[in-house]
Design a protein around this ligand. Structure first.
Ligand code: AMP
Length: 696
């Protein structure tokens, strides 16, 4: 007989429980119920986990990782410690392995299976990586169980009556709120919502900010920079930051957390740090001051709570119980606000253990080594809309939802799509999740290409795409074409996001070539604004890019162009270059790409691209065109030899179209709606095209 664990893999602390001899037992972790989800690597390469790691993190923060769950599913976060690089999956696996080892010692036998809980609001990548971490720790993950469902199971089994439960779960790094209905042993999630970036750690940060401002004498450190590091705006965790600052960070964070916990009981607390950043802190914080600081965050959780009631189509009166889960729900303001706006909440004496207990009940019922546990039946709902990018001629970025948010799982949906172009041989299936109408604003989950579509007029092939979600909410996407015998499957369980993103990220230098002659005067304002939006969009879609600008114009007198080149730069600095664009700043009349006298402009434009292997993309915006065959061919030759693709918003049926096509770019017509050209949406489309290169 072997036992299966219920594991709450928390941001700050983790807990393991087991169902044994007809009851729940929490595995002791160095004499406590919880174990810090921290690791620390000694110079000799040995790994500390839990309490010892948390302690060492104080002395050697740059060799330690805490709160790694916040980064689960995000493969851009890496910790370089000594010779090794650790991903959030690695850290999760080390923590889980420690829980497994401790459980084996406690139970006196090998443990190979577990139910691991995840925030209900975790997206597909986060869940997949949690499962991966479990597997790397040597555990077969029987089930990923949403934390609120686990809490309701642990609570509901005691009560034995049908009820509607609201679970408010405020942990260290995440906030989840769910409505569940409990009927006997059947737990059904009705609606879930949450905020993945809100938790007790944020309360700590507010206190840290407050404490930093209270430094008792001048410090030579730049507090703005230090705050950037605290708020994670400095993107080099554990690297490149002076160790003095890292130690100060750890000390401040600990002092803030201690003060916060004291303020859950007392009216005031005193924070004393004798030596910090060349100064010292000796500050009294009252509950009123603290509540004022955190009120906006607590209010955010209440707004989410109300919206989940709406999604569940119920009111406060329909709720039988509000259960508080997560360490931060011990906060007094949280409890007061819930009592005021929803209902007097219930908080378990063992609030840290309820989630792991629920997981242990499910683990016991699934593997059932003992007869005394009734099978638990539970129905989850999807926390996000899930869908794919469905492009039309006009809009390439439509998010077509196949599985709407709060759908019951397991579920299966099939929808038919078709081709956009005649004889189109392939379609890209790009899967996203999120709340926004456009894909680029949602989270990309994965993608694949369905190849080999037989030649047919646009709109004729029937392409069936199926989304299937299992009970752990992991998604399987299948696409098949009616005349195609093969089918392509995206099994997001199997695709490692770490590798996937690394290979799919677009790296590009993008240079705008903008005509600022008099005829563009109507458009220029729109162009400037839209270029800035474009920059935002490309970056937020994960493209690693530099942006440049060539402003060109022909003076009234003479045949020689003037131009100014702003070399590709960090997109943050791009607005300054764009601000300089003015009609006639460099001259005044027509800009004829395709005429011989623009060849030097093309040469200068190409010369502005740095020599590297990144994609080179030019975006020409002009309403004038030259018509000299030699110049057109020469321009195409120059661009192709330099491997620059030109995307053009220009004049239809002209060399603009030809140059775009020949260089692998695309063309849009500036005259389509003369006077009110919607640059925003044209550049939006180009941004999506560029983002899409990632998925090819
Ligand atoms: P969890 O992720 O559920 O382990 O919750 C951890 C969070 O709860 C951390 O931010 C802790 O600082 C916070 N926490 C623990 N105990 C208390 C307390 N008594 N009052 C306020 N926050 C607490």
């Amino acid at each position: 007989m072997s036992y299966s664990l219920g594991i709450d893999l928390g941001t700050t602390n983790s807990v393991a429980c087991v169902w044994r001899r007809g009851g729940l037992e929490t595995i002791p972790m160095d004499g406590r119920a919880t174990m810090p989800s921290a690791i620390s690597i000694r110079p000799d390469g040995s790994v500390l986990v839990g309490q010892a790691a948390k302690k060492r993190a104080e002395l050697a923060p740059q060799e330690s990782v805490t709160s790694s769950k916040r980064y689960m599913g995000d493969d851009r976060t890496l910790w370089q410690i000594g010779e090794r690089t650790y991903t959030p999956v690695d850290v999760g696996a080390i923590v889980l392995k420690e829980l497994k080892d401790k459980a084996e010692i406690y139970l006196g036998q090998t443990v190979t299976e577990a139910v691991i809980t995840v925030p209900a609001y975790f997206n597909n990548n986060q869940k997949r990586d949690t499962k991966l971490a479990g597997e790397r720790a040597g555990l077969k993950v029987l089930q990923l169980l949403p934390e609120p469902t686990a809490a309701a199971i642990s609570y509901g089994l005691d009560q034995g009556k049908d009820q509607t439960i609201l679970v408010y779960d405020l942990g260290g790094g995440t906030f989840d709120v769910s409505v569940l209905s409990v009927k006997g042993n059947r737990f059904q999630a009705i609606a879930v919502d949450g905020d993945f970036h809100l938790g007790g750690d944020d309360f700590d940060l507010l206190l840290v900010e407050y404490l930093l401002k209270s430094l008792k004498k001048q410090t030579s450190f730049n507090l703005e920079n230090i705050l950037d590091i605290f708020w994670g705006r400095d993107k080099s965790p554990g690297q490149g930051t002076p160790s003095e600052i890292l130690v100060a960070k750890q000390r401040l964070k600990e002092a803030a957390e201690k003060a916060k916990i004291e303020l859950s009981e007392s009216q005031r607390t005193i924070v004393t740090i004798p030596e910090i950043l060349g100064s010292y802190i000796d500050e009294e914080i009252t509950i009123d001051t603290y509540n004022r600081l955190i009120l906006p965050l607590v209010d955010r959780t209440i707004i989410k709570t109300k919206s989940v009631l709406q999604a569940a189509k119920i009111t406060e009166e329909d709720i039988d119980r509000v259960i508080l889960v997560g360490g931060s729900s011990r906060n007094r303001l949280v409890r007061e606000k819930i009592a005021e706006t929803i209902k007097e909440p219930y908080i378990s004496a063992r609030v840290d253990e309820v989630v792991a207990q629920g997981a242990a009940i499910v683990a016991g019922s699934l593997s059932s080594p003992e007869e005394d546990i009734t099978p638990i039946e539970f129905v989850n709902v999807t926390p996000f809309n899930l869908g794919l990018r469905a492009s039309t001629e006009k809009d390439l970025d439509i998010f077509q939802v196949l599985i709407p948010k709060n759908s019951r799982v397991p579920t299966e949906v099939t929808q038919e799509f078709t081709t956009l172009r005649t004889n189109q041989k392939s379609v890209d299936i790009s899967v996203f999740q999120g709340e926004e109408k456009t894909c680029s604003r949602n989270t990309f989950i994965g993608g694949f290409r369905l190849d080999g579509i037989p030649a047919a007029p646009a709109g004729q092939p029937k392409i069936a795409v199926q989304f299937r979600m299992d009970n752990s909410d992991l998604l399987l996407v299948t696409a098949s074409c009616s005349n195609l015998r093969t089918q392509q499957i995206l099994d997001v369980n199997l695709v490692s996001r770490e590798e996937e993103l690394r290979t799919s990220q677009v790296e590009a230098d993008i240079i705008f070539l903008i005509d600022t002659s008099g005829s563009m005067s109507d458009e220029l304002k729109g162009v400037k604004k839209s270029c800035l939006k474009f920059a935002d969009k490309v970056i937020s879609s994960g493209v690693d890019c530099q942006l440049g600008l060539v402003d060109f114009d022909l003076p009234f007198l003479g045949n020689k162009y003037n131009w100014e080149i702003f070399q590709p730069m960090n997109p943050k600095n791009f607005p300054r270059a764009i601000a300089k664009l003015e009609i006639g700043r460099l001259g005044g009349c027509g800009c004829h790409i395709g005429a011989m006298n623009t060849i030097p402009v093309i040469e200068g434009f190409i010369g502005a691209f740095p020599q590297n292997n990144r994609l080179k993309i030019g975006i020409l915006i002009s309403d004038e065109v030259g018509n000299e065959a030699d110049a057109i061919n020469r321009s195409i030759h120059l661009l192709k030899s330099a491997q620059v693709s030109l995307y053009v918003v220009g004049v239809a049926k002209s060399c603009h179209e030809k140059i775009a096509k020949e260089t692998g770019g695309k063309f849009w017509n500036i005259h389509a709606s003369r006077g009110k050209v919607d640059f925003a949406s044209l550049l939006d489309t180009i941004a999506v095209e560029i983002t899409n290169l990632a998925l090819r």
